[in-house]
Design a protein around this ligand. Structure first.
Ligand SMILES: [Zn+2]
Length: 169
């Protein structure tokens, strides 16, 4: 089921998500919904809080569903390593219409559980490392806008507030 994607300003997005206590069949539905919602958007990643589920789960697929092996499901993910710096334009399905240059690690290793409860580790560089960091941030209640400083951040927040007041957000 495609779920509505919450937008910047919704409390669930700004609060840290809870650990998944046990990977049971109950997790199948929200995970499947996240995958469907990500592909429909379309987006290369989605975190559970974005669809109103306050749990530490994210999905990423740089191939947008074209490559059968492209999908990564991470439950209770943790960073094993992070290094380097990359600066690229970034956006978010929860902040539609805005993007900004965000500083991210150039390489990251993330470990977590898959849908079957098996542990996996993924080593990523470039866009995938960026996606991992972006989705991990969501699980801590941080959006890319929160990573910006100064005028750029103020400008986006101001525009969002204006859109909210106009009922267009
Ligand atoms: Zn996002």
């Amino acid at each position: 089921m495609i779920r509505p994607i919450l937008k910047y300003g919704d409390d669930i997005l700004h609060d840290p998500a809870r650990e998944v206590e046990a990977v049971t069949p109950d997790i199948e539905r929200p995970v499947n919904d996240m995958i469907e919602t990500m592909y429909a958007a379309p987006g290369i990643g989605l975190a559970a809080p974005q669809v109103g589920v306050p749990l530490r789960i994210f999905v990423v697929d740089l191939s947008l569903g074209r490559d059968r092996n492209g999908l990564i499901v991470m439950i209770n993910p943790q960073f094993v390593e992070r290094e380097g710096v990359q600066l690229e334009e970034e956006g978010c399905l929860s902040v539609p219409g805005f993007n900004a240059t965000v500083v991210r690690p150039s390489r990251a290793i993330v470990k977590g559980l898959d849908r079957n409860g098996d542990e996996h580790q993924h080593e990523a560089t470039g866009l995938l490392a960026r996606a991992f960091q972006h989705e991990m941030d969501h699980l801590d209640g941080t959006l890319f806008v929160d990573r910006l400083r100064g005028i750029k951040r103020d400008m986006i927040v101001k525009k969002i507030k204006k859109l909210s007041r106009a009922g267009k957000w």
